[in-house]
Each structure stands twice: as structure tokens, then as C-alpha cells.
Design a protein around this ligand. Sequence first.
Ligand code: EPU
Length: 336
Amino acid sequence: MFIYEDYNLQNKNSFGLNVSAKYFCTVSSKDELVNLVEQVKDEKVLLLGGGSNILFTKNFEGCVIQFNRKGITTLDEDKDSVLLEVFAGELWDDFVSYCVEKNYYGIENMSLIPGTVGAAPIQNIGAYGQELKDTFFAANGIYLEGLSEKTFFKSGCNFDYRSSIFKHELKNKFLITSVVFRLKKSHQLNTHYGSIEQELKSMKKNNPTLADIRNIVVKIRQEKLPDPRRFGNCGSFFKNPEIEKVHFEKLNQLYPSLKGFPFSENTIKIPAGWLIEQCGWKGKRIGNVGVHEDQALVLVNYGDASGAEILQLADSIKEDVFKKFEIQLEEEVNII
Ligand code: EPU
């Protein structure tokens, strides 16, 4: 274990922002974490996963900690399902690929989501009709204060749309070291999401396999979302907002192309990408930053942008969306 000082984080955040941390350290065991916490006990701490959901607006004046242990272990299995423990440093998409190869069902629609397995429960990642919480069994980890270990089962995680206890009450307080998933062994696919259905139709696949779904999701994502190795980005910058039914009905009369998805008894979730596009932001570029041309929910660093420039762009978008639709967009990414 080595504690770096004044560490450049440009390769550690998918926006590619040129910022630094006062200290940076990767740990792979509880002993290493205990040792580190003793040495940096007066510093602020930031727990970093793959850096694919974070916007640094300034240097971090504290210690950034990354847990990097990888590995997948089968804890239990029967004829219907398998219980897998995955160390937090494993890349999420490597884990999806492993499950598809083994014919384990339940996370294939979340193919190619960047980031680590340890970060996945924090924002309850989701895509194309699947959410992490549907296959999540437990998260194991360590409190930074007191350094005691704890297992959080699903009911204790307060999972919600792109949210959990780890993103709020326990933010930067609890280091997730491994995640346990229960996956199905029987053929059970979720193909109802619009773009997956369309793709299956055009490929004339009536009985898709697990690998077909993974390939389709990879294709859709590669077509719509910019590769962070080319243009820095963090996927969806905002959450899809939840609005009152009456508000939705009013808007839908004015804009029949607006789609809504029932969320709770009185609320409807609507696509933030649509709202942003309607305000004329899709594909717009201002200096080093811009809104992606194929998916308006994604903000892009086209060059040497600073976090402040991205934040400024986000604020302008929020202002326009509010003026036009009286809807307050909320960031999905963590702003530091
Ligand atoms: N839309 C537009 N214009 C756009 C983008 C979207 O009108 O520029 C509308 C269209 O009506 C489209 C609908 O939004 O049919 C949904 O678009 P899409 O399928 O691309 O999904 P999204 O709601 O924009 C969410 C997640 C993504 C996830 C996709 C697919 C959030 C904040 N984002 O985006 O997650 O991949 O669904 O399930 O919920 C991420 O979290 O970083 C992420 C990429």
C-alpha cells in the first residue's frame, strides 16, 4: 500500500478532468484500510469507484480511497439460482460478461455500464428495464469510523431510482468491499424496453439468447453514448424527473410526443433527454463542453474542459428546462 501525495486524477474520472487529490491510495484488504485510516485520520475522505459518475469541480483537499480487490466466488447454488459474491474492485461489465458466459440471468440488460461492482449499489444502476436492486442480495463493507464490518441486506439499503443509503446517509462513510447477487439459472429475459424490442424485430430474433441481449445492449449503447476514452463523459448527467400526473397531462396536450412512464400512484417519470432536446440543447457545443448529439442526457468534455465549465453548462440547461416546463432537473452524477 502506497499513499501518493498531490496525485493527478485525470485517468481516474471518466470526464477526464485535470484535477488532483492531496492524497490517493488503493487498498485491497481490511488491514490495509485500517493502516491507511490511521495515517490520514484528520483528512477528508472520498471513496472512489471507477470514477464514471463523478464531476470534480476542484482539486480534492483530502484522501481519495479506491478499493481494488477483484474476484467472483460462488457462495451457493441450486437448480434455479446461484448466489455470487463479487469483490468491489471488479469491473461491472466484466462481471456481466462472466454471468452471460455462465448462463446466469438478471443483469444482461446492464451490459457495458462503466464503473466497478462496488459502486453499482450506490446509485442502484439500471438500464433497459433492469435495475441492480432486482438481483442484489447483500453488500459487505467497513465503516470508516470505528472500522467495524457490516453486511447490508436489501431491505436495509433504501434502494430507489438511482439512489440508496450508500449515496446519502453513508456517503463516504462506508466502504463496500463486496456485493452478493442472486441470479437465475432458467431462461428469463426482459425484452420489453423499446429499443431492445425494435432491435430484436429488425434482427428477426424470436427466441433470443442471453448473449443476444448482451450484444444488442452493447450495440445500442455504442450507437448512442459517447466512448469516454474519446470524449470525457459520465453517462446520464441528470435523473429522469418524476412529475405529478396533472402536470404530465397538461404537458402531453401541448407536446403529444412526450412519453411518460407511471412511477407511483400520482407521478409519472419522463425522459430528461426529451426535455433537454426540446430546449434546443441536443448537439450544442460551447467551447470545450457540450451536449451529446445522439443523447441529450449526456454532457461531454470535448477537450480540456474544467469541471466548472461542465457545471455552468448543466446550470444553463436546468434553467432553460425550468423556464419552458416548470420542471427542476436533478443531477445524477456526484458533484465534488
Ligand atoms: N429522449 C429524447 N431525446 C434524447 C434522449 C432521449 O427525446 O436526446 C427520449 C426518447 O423519447 C427516448 C427516451 O427519452 O425514447 C428514453 O431514452 P433512452 O432509452 O436513451 O433512455 P434515458 O431515459 O435517456 C435512461 C438511463 C440510462 C440508461 C437508459 C436505458 C437515467 C438517468 N438514464 O436514459 O442510464 O442507459 O435509460 O435504460 O435513468 C446512466 O445512468 O448513466 C445511463 C446512461
